[in-house]
Design a protein around this ligand. Structure first.
Ligand SMILES: Cc1ncc(COP(=O)(O)O)c(C=O)c1O
Length: 504
């Protein structure tokens, strides 16, 4: 096997976490199937998966029926989770199946289930009132709100971005970031206060108060499902069918060939083609009075099928935006918070200056966006909603950021990601009839199945063996583990993945 066990002692948790907070599952060091001691990053974590019933099991099926009777919208539910019993990298379902989770609630649990540092925050009586009283943060914030923002968001802010706006979810963050980009674009263009005609016309959605400005997005993108975001979400028909569209421009996102080292000139030409289309679209829309005020892009397209582009592509994209006075909005909702092996995926590109906006949610627990000073709003109530964030999430995130920094979990994602990628490439080399295009950054990894059905079948068979993997795009199998994912977890996944591939 390529993935032999390694003794890992570099990141050790504080002794205060080792008390049993979790009922009957306390253990110390684990002994894995390969008989090597492994230092677990999450104290008392389970030793491996255990599958007792078909999934969904009988209790899940019962609950799915119950849910459907209430919502008539339960078609996406796979099974119900026992969140009390889930721990670290392991999800336990309501039928008692224990699954190694490499998908982590669609990439949104940063340091594993029931992490003691997060539980401590919620147990603290000092934090009780932040949970009991949900404030309208834009009007009546609590005394500690600025400190919460500092401890949660500013401790991990992308270099050069000193301002942040909390929001509710990923879509809400993107919606408001592009609104702020529109405001700034209009303010610069107008060069003075709004006219009476603009004030009168905007109330019913007419020009000149509501200018026909646009945002350019890319093929394969996913930026959320609110009506505004849908006009920038181009990955699958199911997201957009039957909904009106703002008709904003879309440029092609590069489709790279793998392995990268064998297709250097082809991939460069592909990226150049896409960038030329960006320029053409910005210029053409300007002539039509439909100025592109912002370009929005994911560092790695997630829902669209784990599509990557080179650092050079993004550097050139930033240069194009700058030259044309267009804001660059990086949607790091899925790539942010360490999963790429950098805290923010764009840190890997060596951009000559910070992006104009970086949006986030998922592993950051709270939505929001960072922005450059020049994009700050110039009047109250332009960017606003009732809640504008959620204080308990900020308290939890503050504790999570501390753990990530103290245990260097971003470095861990780099190391575990490399280990996992080596294993995936090894499987790809041994099963070329089933797998292709292994790719990724850090633990943000994907590999393609032969087609849609084949990828789904593999994920389903691997789940029967106790490991959760995700799917994305047309035929990609994607991995989005927590930052406490370690090589011994990769071993478990790779062994079961190997068994399934051998059985096909
Ligand atoms: C890159 C990206 N942007 C935005 C979103 C939307 O986030 P939310 O589902 O929290 O609205 C997602 C969700 O998957 C995403 O992956």
């Amino acid at each position: 096997m390529a993935w032999i066990q390694r003794l890992r002692l570099s990141r050790i948790y504080p002794s205060s976490w080792t008390g049993c907070f979790h009922g009957s599952v306390c253990r110390g060091l684990s002994v894995t199937s390969a008989n090597a001691a492994v230092q677990k990053l999450v104290p008392n974590e389970y030793d491996g998966p255990s599958v007792k019933t078909p999934i969904p099991g009988p209790r899940s099926q019962e609950l799915i029926a119950k849910l459907d009777a209430i919502t008539k919208n339960s078609g996406t539910v796979q099974y119900f989770v026992d969140f009390k019993a889930s721990l670290g990298n392991y999800l336990v379902d309501v039928d008692g199946n224990r699954l190694l989770d490499l998908f982590m609630q669609i990439s949104s649990i940063p340091i594993g289930y029931n992490h003691p540092a997060v539980i401590d925050v919620l147990k603290s009586s000092d934090n009780l009132h932040a949970m009991v009283n949900r404030p309208a943060l834009g009007v009546f914030p609590g005394e500690t709100f600025p400190d919460m923002l500092d401890q949660a968001f500013m401790q991990c802010a992308p270099k050069g971005l000193t301002k942040v706006q909390p929001m509710m979810c990923g879509a809400c963050s993107n919606e408001n970031a592009i609104k702020q980009a529109f405001l700034t674009y209009r303010r610069k263009k107008r060069g003075g206060p709004a006219t009476q005609e603009e004030m009168d016309s905007c109330v019913t959605g007419k020009e000149p108060g509501c200018p026909p400005y646009t945002v350019l997005s890319f093929t394969g993108s996913f930026h959320g499902r609110t009506l505004g975001c849908l006009s920038m979400t181009n990955s699958k028909p199911i997201f957009r069918l039957d909904f009106p569209s703002l008709g904003w421009p879309v440029a092609p996102f590069p489709r790279l060939n793998y392995p990268l080292e064998d297709f250097v000139s082809e991939n460069k030409a592909e990226e150049s083609r896409c960038l030329q289309e960006v320029i053409r679209s910005i210029e053409e829309n300007k002539v039509r009075g439909r100025d592109v005020a912002a370009v929005i892009v994911e560092p790695i397209q997630g829902e669209g099928g784990d599509n990557l582009a080179s650092a050079d592509f993004f550097r050139q994209l930033q240069a194009i935006c700058k030259e044309h006075g267009v804001a660059l909005v990086l949607d790091e909702v899925q790539t942010g918070c360490g999963t790429s092996g950098h805290f923010w995926a764009h840190e890997a590109w060596g951009l000559p200056e910070p992006p104009d906006f970086v949006t986030f949610s998922k592993k950051m627990l709270s939505g929001g966006y960072y922005f450059k000073d020049e994009f700050a709003v110039d009047a109250p109530s332009r960017i606003f909603n009732t809640w504008m964030g959620d204080p308990p999430k900020l308290l939890m995130l503050g504790a999570i950021i501390k753990v990530i920094q103290e245990m260097d979990l971003v470095g861990q994602a780099r190391e575990s990601g490399q280990y996992m990628m080596d294993g995936i490439k090894d499987l790809q080399a041994r099963y070329p009839q089933h797998l292709s295009r292994a790719r990724g950054m850090g633990t943000h990894i994907a590999v393609d199945g032969k087609d849609t059905e084949s990828a789904a079948k593999i994920a389903s068979l691997v789940r029967e063996k106790g490991v959760i993997m995700g799917l994305s795009g047309k035929q990609s199998i994607r991995f989005r583990p927590a930052l406490v994912f370690q090589p011994h977890h990769a071993d478990i996944c790779l062994e079961r993945f190997d068994d399934v591939l051998a059985s096909l």
